[in-house]
Each structure stands twice: as C-alpha cells, then as structure tokens.
Design a binder for this molecule. Structure first.
Ligand code: BGC
Length: 480
C-alpha cells in the first residue's frame, strides 16, 4: 500500500495540533533499579530473582534512561526527529516504594525535572501512571485480582495528580490490561517450569481470573478519573487498550468463527462495552458462567466504568489476531487460540495488516460513538531488520510498517475518525519484558553494551512524515 502523506492530518479541522509522538515504559528503559529510594516491582522480582527472561537478563540498567545526562541526549534526538509528544510511564514503586505508604520526594523531583526537560525541548508529555511495574508488596497481596487494588491505585493516582497537575494535562491511567495478564501467565508458566505459551487470548482455564483483573483495572481507572475530576484539575484521562481485530482462516469452521467472536468479546468488547455502553457483553458473561470461577463483577461495576466518562480512548494497535477453536476442545463453551496461518507476513507481534488498523478505527467510530482517540502505541519489530551495517541501521521493514499504518490511520480519519495523536512504539530499542533485549522495536538503535544511540532509517522517515513531506513505502528503499 502506498499512501500520500503530504496533506494535513485531518479533513475536519482538529481543535488542537495533532500530536506526533513516540512511547516507552519505565521498566523497559530506566534501569537505575535502586536509585532515589525506589522500591521493588514485580518485574525486578521476575527478572532478577527468578531469571524468568533467562540467566542474567535484567532491567537493572536497561537503556539507562533514568540518568539525566543520558536522557537529555535522548530528548535532543527526539527533538531532532520532530516529536511533539512523548508518552512515558512513571514507576509506581519509585513514587510509593511499598505501594500504599508515603510518597518518595526524590522520585517526584526526578520526574518533574524530566517533564520540564521534555517541555523545554518543545515536546508535550503524555504521562502513563501504570505500565505493568506493580510494587512487589502489592503483587504479593494478589495484585489486580484483589479488589483492594482499586483503592491502592486510586491512592497512587491521587499522589501523581497532586504532584504533576501543574505540568501535565494528558494522562494514560493504565496500559494494556490484556497483555499484562498474558505476560503474568507466561511468567507463572516459566516459574512452574512446564510448557510456556504467550497466549494473548486467555485459555479457558485463565478466563475467570483474567476477567476479574480486567474489571478491577477498569474500576481502578474509573476511581482515579472520578478523583481527578473532583479536584477540578485541568487535563484529559484515558486508558490504553490493546485492540485486536479478530480474523479466521479462509476455511474456518462455524466453531472457529464462534471462537473468534468470543475472543473479540474478551479482548475488545469487554473493555469497550463497559466504557462506552455501561454493560459487559452477554456472550462473554455466559461463556464464563459455564466455566465457574469468581470474576467479581458486582452490580453497578460496568455502570461505574461508563460513568467515569473517560476523555479519550487510547489505542495500541500492532496486528489483528487469527483465531481458531483449539483441536480437541469440547464442542460447546469457550475455547479459543491464536495462530498465524502459513504464508502470512508477520512481525514479532503478529500479522502485518494496516487495512485492519483502518477497520478498527472505523469500528470505534461507528459502534462506539466516535470518541476522541489517541494512538498510544503502534509499531513493529522483525527478525534481522535492525542490523548495524557500516554504522547505519536500515530497518526497511519497520519503515514500511510505519508508513503503511500511518496511511491506514489517515484513511480512517478521512472517513471521520476523531484521532488526535499518534505514538510510535517505541522511540528506542529497549527491554521487551520476558523476551529480553533480542526483540527490538525502536526508531533509535541502542547498543546495550555501550548505550550508544543511532537513529535508524525509520526515524528519518517518521521525521519526514511529521514535517509533512510526501512519503510512500517505496521511500524506505532509498535510505538517505
Ligand atoms: C506493550 C509494550 C511492548 C510492546 C511491544 C505492547 O504490548 O505495551 O510494553 O514493549 O507492546 O511488544
């Protein structure tokens, strides 16, 4: 697909300048695992105590982004690319080391300085409160499965709002409940030492626990939003959802199609229906009822989530998911698994299908009342795409992916989708959770031994897009 990107970003005049950004998350970039009185997170425990990403794999240094000398150089590179927005996350165990106790002034001072430095470079902050690094003490108390997590998070959010409301007016409350849960399951399988599968679509055995945590995460976000509104702070709050259009193989059976429909219910409608319709989807509730297990959905929960009236929808889009009914699953009830059909062009995070990005944005416009949207993540990594040759990294596949997906977003905007900004995942190569440092997603290459940064071909193309130059996927063949 080639898309002309030379024109303005929207047919309809936007009420604000479109934000062109990139995103990262604290644990994936910061390192400095004990600096300034930081408490331990569940991720320090997974990698450093349990070696769940492999021996010696750790976030203790990551890309050294907590260090001001380093991050000032990174901000200079981001400014050079032309970013006007940076989505980063704050580490909960830095701000409240034990999860619920007193706030840590040194960590607050660090992030205030970081935000001031970003703004001095003309880059607007988009602050994520929670990108998976739960304080270890709270994870040990049951994490999001414990209904008390709603109150833990509201308290943390109040600390953030109180300390940053004069600097920040755009917040992501929580990032990707669905993928966080899949990571947790993978971590637990690795701990148990058995077969480990990264299953974004929860298997039947996991469904009740997953829905329980999703309900608590949404209620926690709603409680934080209510508290922010009650204080009268200026700003917009939303949740970043990983939305996955579901597809089936060409010769799918009716059972496969039913599995895909239910997977859509669990991954997409569970969140969107609660937020925009005030109810949880009946087909998912029926499916989980037949499995048993306490999902802790109480009367009024979905209505409370709806009443929070989030200011925008954050969408993380990587790929659609092909779904089928697992071989040997009983004829009735919930059973769904993801797969990649033979011959399908795929990145680390799934099939490359920009058309499905347009379809998703169309669906949000038509089925969910066209809320303001920020693309909070979009990006890709491909094996072999990030090799440094003669000092340059010509990541042609990522370059084409970005050009095609930005084109796909613009097609949806031309039909009326209310998209206000776009953030590439990620600004830099970084720590890909349980997959370590091998899967690179950045526009800026990082040498993990020396911390040397090298902007890739994709950074150059993104820069041209931001500056309004006409580019097409073919531009990725001619590195400048
Ligand atoms: C997450 C990021 C992750 C990215 C690439 C998203 O699911 O929010 O933390 O690095 O995907 O896999």
């Amino acid at each position: 697909m080639t898309a002309s990107l030379s024109s303005g970003v929207s047919a309809k005049p936007a009420p604000e300048a479109f934000r062109w950004g990139a995103a990262s998350a604290a644990y994936q970039v910061e390192g400095a695992f004990a600096a300034d009185g930081k408490g331990r997170s569940v991720w320090d425990h997974y990698l450093d105590d349990l070696d769940l990403a492999g021996p010696g794999m750790s976030g203790a240094v990551a890309i050294n982004f907590y260090d001001r000398t380093q991050y000032l150089k990174d901000i200079a590179l981001m400014k050079q690319i032309g970013l006007t927005s940076y989505r980063f996350s704050i580490s909960w165990p830095r701000i409240i080391p034990d999860g619920v106790g007193p706030a840590n002034p040194a960590a607050i001072a660090h992030y205030r300085q970081f935000i001031a430095d970003l703004k001095a470079a003309g880059i607007q902050p988009m602050l994520t409160l929670y990108h998976w690094d739960m304080p270890l003490s709270l994870a040990r108390a049951g994490g999001w499965e414990n209904r008390a997590s709603i109150e833990w998070f509201r308290h943390y959010a109040d600390v953030i709002f109180y300390n940053f409301h004069d600097q920040v007016d755009l917040y992501v409350l929580v990032n990707e409940p669905l993928v966080e849960r899949a990571m947790k399951q993978l971590a637990e399988q690795r701990m148990a030492g058995g077969k480990a599968t990264f299953a974004i679509v929860p298997p039947a055995s996991e469904l009740p626990g997953a829905l329980r945590t999703f309900n608590h995460l949404l209620l926690a976000s709603a409680a934080a939003k209510k508290s922010f509104d009650a204080k009268g702070y200026p700003g917009r709050l939303g949740v970043a959802l990983p939305l996955f259009p579901t597809l089936t193989a060409q010769r799918a059976s009716p059972a496969d199609r039913k599995a895909a429909q239910l997977a859509d219910g669990v991954m997409n409608r569970w969140f969107l229906d609660a937020m925009y319709k005030g109810s949880y989807p009946a087909d998912v509730l029926d499916a989980v009822a037949s499995l048993g297990g306490d999902i802790d959905v109480q009367p009024g929960d979905a209505a409370a989530i709806h009443a929070a009236d989030f200011d925008y929808l954050g969408i993380n889009f990587y790929s659609p998911l092909f779904i089928r009914r697992p071989a040997g699953a009983a004829a009735n009830g919930y059973a769904a698994e993801m797969f990649i059909p033979e011959g399908v062009y795929a990145a680390y995070n799934g099939a490359v299908r920009p058309d499905q990005f347009t379809a998703l944005l169309d669906r949000i416009r038509v089925e969910y009342g066209n809320p303001p949207v920020f693309i909070t993540e979009n990006g890709a990594g491909f094996p072999g795409d990030d090799e440094m040759i003669d000092g340059a990294v010509n990541d042609r596949k990522r370059c084409r992916y970005l050009v095609d997906h930005i084109g796909a977003m613009k097609s949806a905007m031309a039909k009326g989708a209310d998209v206000r900004g776009y953030h590439v995942w990620s600004s830099h190569d970084n720590l890909e959770w349980l997959f370590g440092y091998g899967s690179r997603f950045g526009m800026i290459h990082v040498d993990f031994n020396t911390q040397k940064r090298t902007p890739k071909l994709s950074a150059g193309i993104y820069s041209q897009i931001i500056r309004g130059k006409a580019v097409s996927a073919a531009s990725c063949e001619r590195p400048s």
